[in-house]
Design a protein around this ligand. Structure first.
Ligand code: XUL
Ligand code: CO
Length: 446
């Protein structure tokens, strides 16, 4: 066990390296489906899935909810001062990543380092912890999927960060974003995420939407320029979410974000980081958001979690739905798979999951779910029934007048004349139930 911790203290002493033991294993602390080295199609499972642990949920969130205080013990919070606590937390985090076998992690500036009294002090704290993270990354081989800045928790951001009506707050947000970009570059991060938590509005009575969106675009443009100038080669992600905490967020869903990026000329550098629970809040399927990004070339990364459909807020539960994961992986395949991105568990334990093992069990369940999803998606492609059905559904555009229409060679007059000639057509079944049965057959035949 000692092989898997590198700090001064072992934080999960009863838990060793999590191994693949197969679906028949009775050991809860083992993978039933996720077999990192197993080849699926052309790549190993671990290289398809690129799992990341979200620092904020796993090491900062303590079960607090609007009605009650912390329930989940965090032994790493013992320390003489905020810096020592942050160092302990980081030791615990890397012990966890390594024992779990997640090759990536993601953080906000404030997750890894405490805020100081001034921007300069905050930046110095961050630099200190980045130095430690660099050492731990080197010692463990764990890599940074993406970094970001928390510009939504501090009360100063109550009216927004980049979209704040007060210029001073926009400038203060810049101190954090600049330092978080520096940290991401220093740690070899493969992406940098912007989740516009408070970039939206609560009431139109006090809001100038045009100004706020212009400011957001300006802020993103200069952040990109700064990062590129300083050698950042990774992807920038916008993470869509329709609401919560604001009533309406500007990055509502994937289609909205794509329109925004194109309008402001940011479409070359920015991609989307799609979160399952956010898709649900926008009244979309997770796969709808992935597919929308895939077909437009905007697919970047994924925040893997699930919501509770009957609650209607961002419950950030660990994913456990094989059906949804299979459809998600199929859309990810259509996007060509991950390049800079990965599956980041933006998921948190329930308030009453307070055993140290629960954090492992939750991630094991999420990883197994996507391993199954991956196998099913590969099966859909290899078997070919579903993709070839979709292809044949559009075959009337492959030649003749249909092909002419696609090439823009038919005027509306000409098209209407053809319609008159065709007369009665269009009575072809969409076969949805058949296709759903095929998908179920793959799932049941695991
Ligand atoms: C909030 C959310 C964030 C982002 C990063 O809903 O998803 O944790 O992923 O700021
Ligand atoms: Co997220």
């Amino acid at each position: 066990m000692a092989d898997y911790f590198i700090g001064n203290k072992e934080y999960f002493p009863k838990i060793g390296k999590i191994k693949y033991e197969g679906p028949k294993s009775d050991n809860p602390l083992s993978f039933k489906y996720y077999d990192p080295e197993k080849k699926v199609g052309k790549k190993k499972m671990k290289d398809h899935l690129r799992f990341a642990v979200a620092y904020w949920h796993s090491f900062c969130a303590d079960g607090t909810d609007p009605f009650g205080s912390a329930t989940i013990p965090h032994p790493w919070n013992e320390g003489k001062n905020p810096i020592e606590k942050a160092e302990n937390k980081m030791d615990a985090a890397f012990e966890f990543f390594t024992k779990l076998g997640a090759e990536y992690y993601a953080f906000h500036d404030r997750d890894i380092a405490p805020e100081g009294d001034t921007p300069a002090e905050s930046e110095a704290n961050l630099k200190l912890l980045v130095k430690k993270a660099k050492k731990l990354q080197k010692a463990t081989g764990v890599k940074l999927l993406w970094g970001t800045a928390n510009v939504f928790t501090n009360p100063r951001f109550m009216n927004g960060a980049a979209t704040n009506p007060e210029f001073g707050v926009v400038a203060l947000a810049a101190t954090q974003v600049k330092a978080a970009i520096d940290a991401t570059i220093e740690l070899g991060g493969q992406g940098y995420t912007f989740w516009g938590g408070r970039e939206g509005y609560m009431s139109l009575l006090n809001t100038d939407i045009k100004k706020e969106k212009d400011h957001l675009a300006k802020f993103l443009t200069i952040s990109r320029d700064y990062a590129r100038k300083n050698g950042f080669k990774g992807a920038f992600y916008i993470e869509p979410k329709p609401m919560e905490p604001t009533k309406h967020q500007y990055d509502f869903d994937v289609e909205t974000v794509i329109g925004f990026l194109r309008h402001y000329g940011l479409d070359k550098d920015f991609r989307v980081n799609i979160e399952a629970n956010h898709a649900e809040l926008a009244n979309h399927d997770f796969a709808h958001e992935l597919e929308t990004a895939a077909v437009s070339g905007f697919f970047g990364s994924v925040d893997a979690n699930r919501g509770e459909p009957r609650n209607g807020w961002d419950t950030d539960q660990f994913p456990n739905n094989y059906y949804e994961a299979a459809l998600a992986m199929l859309s990810i395949f259509k996007a060509g798979g991950f390049t800079t991105g990965g599956l980041n568990f933006d998921s948190k334990l329930r308030r009453n999951s307070i055993d140290p093992a629960d954090l492992f069990l939750a991630h094991i369940g999420g990883m197994d779910t996507f391993a199954v999803g991956l196998e099913i998606a590969q099966r859909i492609i290899d078997d070919g029934k579903i993709p070839s059905f979709v292809k044949s559904r559009y075959k009337s555009f492959n030649s003749g007048d249909g092909a002419k229409f696609e090439k823009g060679e038919l005027t509306l007059d000409a098209l209407a004349a053809l319609g008159t000639k065709y007369g009665k057509t269009g009575h072809t079944s969409g076969k949805q139930e058949y296709l759903e049965n095929v998908l179920n057959q793959y799932l049941l035949g695991l």
